[in-house]
Design a protein around this ligand. Sequence first.
Ligand code: 3PG
Length: 306
Amino acid sequence: MKVLVATDKPFAAVAVEGIKKELDNAGIEMILLEKYGEKSKLIEAIADVDGVIVRSDILDAEVLNAAKKLKIAVRAGAGYDNIDLAAATANGVCVMNTPGQNSNAVAELVFGMAVMMARNGYNGTSGTELKGKKLGIHAFGQVGRNVARIAKGFGMEVYAFDPYCPAEVIEAEGVTALTDINEMYATCQYISLHIPATPETKKSINYDLLNRMPKGAVLINTARKEVVDEEQLVKLMEERADFRYISDIKPDNAPVFAEKFEGRYFFTPKKMGAQTAEANINAGIAAARQSAGFLKEGIDKFRVNK
Ligand code: 3PG
C-alpha cells in the first residue's frame, strides 16, 4: 500500500520523518511530493496511491478522478475547503481532517501580528498595548479557544460569537458569549476571525459588520481570505483612517492596500499560521495515523464527507 504526502508548502523535515515512521510501522510506503508547483505533477503522483495526505493543496474533481486507487484523503489541518467533497464521495474516497492539531500555532500568529500592529510595525513611534482591550473571537472552535486562552494572558477582555457552540462552553473558558454578531463587532476593537470558508461565510465579513467596530479597529484574519468582502473592506478603510487589517495571506486586491493604506495592514507572504515544526509534527503524524487506521482497519473517525 502507498500513501502520497503531497505538500506544495512542505512540512518541516522532522514532521516528514515522523509521518514516514508511522506509515512504515503500518507497512505502508510513503511517497513524497513537495513543492510540486503544477497540478499535472500531483495528478501523475496520485494515480497510483491508496491514500493521500495534503495541506492546502487542491484536490478538485480533476485530481480525484485521476486517483483511480485512492481510498482515503487526509487534510493535515483544519479547513478542508481545498477538497471537493462531492467528487471525493463520487470516487469512493473518504475525506478527513485533523482537528485541533495545528490550532495553537495559528493562535500564536494572531498575537504575533496583533502586537506588531499595535506597535506600529516596530517603526520607533509610540504604539499601544493589548491589555484591557476588547477582543471578539468570531467562531469558537479549536483555534478560537486557543486565542481566548492567550488573550487572557495579555489581559484582554474576551468575547465570542459562535451560533454552533453552546454559550456554556464559551463561558466555561472565561469568555463572554454573545448571541448577536452585530453586538460583538460593535463592542470589540479587535476581532479575530476563525470561521471556515463555506458558501454561507464567503464575503460575509462585509462593510456593514466591520463599520460597527469601535475607533482604532483591528481585524485579524487567520481563517481564509475568502470570508472577507475585500472590495467592501477597501471602501471602509478609505472612509475610516483608524481601521487596520492584518491577514495570514494576501488578499487578491493586495496592490490596493499597498497603494492606499501604508502602515495600516500586514499580510504574510505565504499562509504561515500552521507553519511551525510542532504543528507540522502534530498534524502530519495525526494524518499518517488516520490514513493507516482507515486503510488497515476501516476507522473513519474525523470523516468529513458522506
Ligand atoms: C488549516 O486549515 O489547518 C490551516 O489554515 C493551515 O493550513 P496549511 O496547512 O495550508 O498551512
